[in-house]
Design a protein around this ligand. Structure first.
Ligand SMILES: N[C@@H](CCC(=O)N[C@@H](CS)C(=O)NCC(=O)O)C(=O)O
Length: 213
């Protein structure tokens, strides 16, 4: 794949899911920086010309324009013939974990990290609630990964790229060391990191470090 564009910014674990997949399939792609922290995704031009949902990432591949990482990853797996999970049963497993990721895993991890790392004085009750949901989901994933190398078995798929999206950001951004506290998750992150060409989100997408605010 050539000349793909990805609307993204370095702090977005959602964008990282797509960036990681693009690099793993050997696509030639270029990032389009989205100034999320200054409200670009909330602006009328962004919503009318880039994504009506007001979110990052957005993938452009010729006349194909897609948001939602689940759709982007599925599209890239189909187009490249890589990381899609093999037979129909495996593809359903991939879908099942991507849905879990979007609803219960990334959703809480990303929101908790956002408040912890990027806002001043987050509301205590909100943080307690989010932390409970986040640690509950982390426990489920840690248990699932005990005894199997990747999310749906012995080889990496887009389910892994989806679920690891936020987990390479520094522990201080969460206030907990997830890789250390959840050893099966820690080992799995090591296996993904060992894939050829792996890069950290801050080395893959523009916008890090954030300017002082
Ligand atoms: N389910 C979406 C989530 C995307 C998402 O929440 N992106 C964040 C940046 S990491 C965003 O653009 N948020 C803007 C907002 O919620 O206003 C996906 O998988 O692409």
């Amino acid at each position: 794949m050539n000349d793909v564009k990805l609307y993204c910014f370095a702090q977005s674990g959602n964008a990282y899911k797509a960036a990681l997949m693009l690099s793993q399939i050997g696509a030639r792609w270029e990032p389009v920086f989205v100034d999320f922290f200054n409200g670009e995704t909330r602006s009328a031009p962004y919503r009318s010309t880039v994504n009506e949902m007001g979110e990052v990432p957005v993938l452009i591949d010729g006349d194909v324009k897609l948001s939602q990482t689940g759709a982007i990853l599925t599209y890239l797996a189909g187009k490249s013939g890589k990381f899609g999970g093999g037979d129909e049963r495996a593809k359903l497993e991939v879908l099942r974990w991507i849905l879990f990721d979007n609803h219960k895993f990334t959703s809480y991890l990303a929101t908790y990290r956002f408040f912890h790392a990027f806002t001043k004085d987050p509301d205590k009750g909100t943080m307690e609630f989010l932390r409970g949901r986040m640690t509950g989901a982390l426990g489920i994933v840690d248990k699932h990964l005990t005894g199997q190398p990747f999310v749906i078995g012995s080889a990496p798929t887009i389910a892994d790229f989806s679920m690891c999206g936020y987990l390479y950001f520094p522990p201080e951004e969460f206030g907990i060391d997830i890789a250390a506290d959840y050893p099966s998750i820690g080992a799995w992150l090591g296996r993904i990191k060992a894939l050829p060409g792996w890069k950290h989100p801050y080395d893959m997408m523009p916008g890090h470090p954030l300017p002082p605010r």
